[in-house]
Design a protein around this ligand. Structure first.
Ligand code: GLU
Length: 331
């Protein structure tokens, strides 16, 4: 009896020691990396989740553990990756270009020399929705209306300003511009507190499902015409795009199947300071499990390994490049 008791106490003690020791052992070997995304009703947030899911499957083998953070969007992500607060970020291709060149939000700070591209992901469209009651049918009708152009830190903010400027609307004078996060805009639209909002995002996205699913009737508004055509011609990072609104958002009040606009690409970036093996492992896991990755979001349907290497303007991170060379995707 006594012996058994001593034995069980000893086992308990050993177990407690083991449990206590385990986490610090794991921590010593684990590299934690955080991916900056966007609002939870966008596509960046599930994208960060998809990448993390694939990489974390092998966390024992590689000792890398990915976590995902919801953020204010592209501009925030570039800045957080540059300051070392985040290791990776999802960033619009136009914003990657501007950060590299020291344009737009980086005009005062100058070129972000340590920014590195890893790969491109899904296409994103500059998307405009308006309440039917507002009478807004074209982008020109936005004059005098309450329009959310996007929070500072988001990618869409500059896209909205570019689109408005291209059609001769001064966002400071001609509209009542709001600066709220895209995750809050659908609620404000449904409550009649704004007439329209812009969001640069992949489709389908939770934000537009929410915007078109309530009692307030909402339509997608095309962002097209002469002014927009000139904008696309002038800025190499913009391209024409179409949103299949009827198919993706049956709650929307639109007569046509698709709505015309322009778009960019979501890209995955990091810093030159992030170790080669970390960027290598993440790239390898996403590309080696490409078919499984593609299934993780409907916005990835159009992805090919080849088009995931297009739309990057920053130098490619050496870890990613090592994989592309090994896989024969780059020379
Ligand atoms: N394109 C948006 C931005 O850069 C984010 C879109 C999303 O979260 O899917 O801020």
């Amino acid at each position: 009896m006594k012996k058994a008791l001593i034995l069980s106490v000893a086992i308990l003690f050993a177990f407690a020691l083991f449990m206590g020791a385990a986490p610090s052992d794991v921590q010593a070997k684990t590299t934690f990396v955080t991916i900056g995304t966007g609002g939870i009703t966008g596509v960046y947030y599930p994208t960060g989740g998809a990448i993390a899911k694939i990489v974390n499957k092998k966390r024992k083998e590689y000792g890398i553990r990915c976590t995902v953070e919801s953020t204010g969007g592209s501009v925030f992500n570039v800045n957080a990756v540059m300051s070392g607060d985040l290791e990776f970020g999802v960033v619009q291709s136009d914003r990657q270009y501007q950060a590299m060149k020291g344009l737009a939000e980086w005009k005062d700070k100058g070129p972000q020399k340590d920014l590195r591209a890893v790969f491109s992901i899904h296409p994103e469209s500059i998307t405009l929705v308006a309440t039917v009651d507002s009478g807004i049918k074209t982008i020109d009708d936005l004059k005098g209306k309450r329009v959310n152009i996007g929070n500072p830190g988001s990618g869409q903010r500059q896209n909205s300003i570019d689109a408005l400027t291209a059609v001769g609307i001064d966002y400071k004078k001609d509209i009542k511009a709001e600066n709220v996060k895209a995750s809050e805009a659908p609620g404000l639209l449904q409550d009649g507190r704004i007439d329209a909002f812009f969001y640069t995002v992949g489709h389908p996205s939770g934000a537009f499902k929410e915007a078109t699913a309530g009692a307030t009737k909402v339509r997608f508004v095309s962002v097209a015409g002469k002014g927009i055509e000139k904008l696309i011609k002038d800025k190499s990072y913009y391209a024409k795009s179409e949103i299949p609104v009827k198919k993706l958002y049956p709650g929307a009040v639109n007569d046509t199947d698709t709505v015309e606009t322009f778009g960019v690409k979501a890209t995955f970036v990091t810093s030159a300071k992030v170790p080669e093996n970390v960027a290598y492992v993440i790239t390898k896991e996403v590309f080696d499990n490409f078919e499984a990755f593609k299934k993780l979001h409907p916005a990835y349907q159009v992805l090919t390994k080849e088009n995931m290497l297009e739309g990057m303007s920053a130098p490619i991170h050496p870890g990613a490049l090592k994989y592309y060379k090994e896989a024969g995707l780059m020379k």
